[in-house]
Ligand binder design. Structure first.
Ligand SMILES: Nc1ncnc2c1ncn2[C@@H]1O[C@H](COP(=O)(O)OP(=O)(O)OP(=O)(O)O)[C@@H](O)[C@H]1O
Length: 270
């Protein structure tokens, strides 16, 4: 519900739009519960006053890096802030200590390189631009300081970027807690990162929403010793979409492993 108490003639508001999701406009008349709004693209709309939301005209054009700084924390306010930041290639935004990520659907390697990891190492949460490395770093330090387990929950709809985010979080934790590869061969963190392609081959498939959709849940546990170095890891999988193995509707595909097998040279298969 909107906040009609704030809305008078002359108010700047957001109104729902079937194409744009939300349009901004100005209230020109209020009669009972009906408000007339002239939108910035020139449309005149009459709507119930409870369906319009006040717009903060003083919000910075580049958006704010923490949504708790918004004057109005309603859906159009939040979406507009994310859109302003996204237009400037800022895909991450905080809401307090929660990180919101907007999938860029293109590679942004500079965001995840080693220099970026070094910058976030030890930096206070909120000191640098919002980033998943800040979340991973805070978690790592809390584990060391409080001597207790920490968890990071990555959630979102299919195609939102959970799998990619989880891989980046694991890379950061491997960077913080990794040992340099020594005589023992591959380190635990290398093995954990290398397990991803194998798990994805058997549990990921192309869907209408995502070309590499995880069709199973995954709980990744990384264990650290008292010096903060990775000592072990466990990956638990659950709820695999088994029906996909025998039934797939076009344009979706079966699990990647089947296509890999078909594409493999004969000597690999035999
Ligand atoms: N941070 C990112 N940078 C660049 N591209 C990304 C990023 N996050 C996601 N993507 C792109 O979006 C696609 C879908 O992301 P991802 O597979 O992580 O989604 P998901 O939330 O795990 O989906 P599902 O629930 O279907 O498994 C990726 O294959 C990748 O192309």
């Amino acid at each position: 519900m909107g906040t009609p108490v704030n809305i008078i003639v002359g108010s700047h508001v957001w109104i729902e739009d079937p194409e744009e999701a939300w349009m901004d406009g100005e209230v020109t008349e209020i009669k009972g519960r009906d408000a007339t709004i002239v939108t910035t693209n020139g449309k005149t709309i009459v709507a119930d006053i409870s369906s319009i939301y006040p717009r903060d005209t003083e919000a910075p054009p580049a958006g704010v890096d923490d949504m708790t700084k918004l004057a109005y924390l309603h859906e159009p306010g939040v979406l507009h802030n994310l859109a302003c930041r996204f237009a400037l290639n800022e895909i991450y935004t905080y809401t307090g200590n929660i990180l919101i990520a907007v999938n860029p659907f293109r590679r942004l390697p500079h965001l995840y390189d080693i220099h970026m990891m070094e910058q976030y190492k030890g930096a206070a949460f909120g000191e640098l631009s919002p980033h998943l490395f800040a979340v991973a770093d805070t978690c790592y330090r809390a584990m060391i300081n409080e001597q207790g387990s920490q968890s990071i929950l990555v959630s979102g709809e299919s195609g939102a970027g959970k799998t990619e985010t989880t891989k980046m979080l694991m890379r950061y934790l491997a960077f913080m807690g990794g040992r340099s590869a020594g005589s023992e061969g591959r380190t635990v963190e290398q093995q954990v990162l290398e397990s991803n392609p194998v798990l994805e081959a058997f549990g990921n498939a192309k869907t209408v929403k995502n070309n590499n959709s995880s069709r199973f849940g995954k709980f990744v546990e990384i264990q650290f010793d008292k010096h903060g170095k990775i000592s072990g890891a466990a990956v638990r999988t659950y709820l695999l979409e088994r029906s996909r193995v025998c039934q797939v509707s076009d344009p979706e595909r079966n699990y990647h492993c089947f296509y890999m097998l078909c594409a493999a040279p004969p000597e690999v298969i035999s």
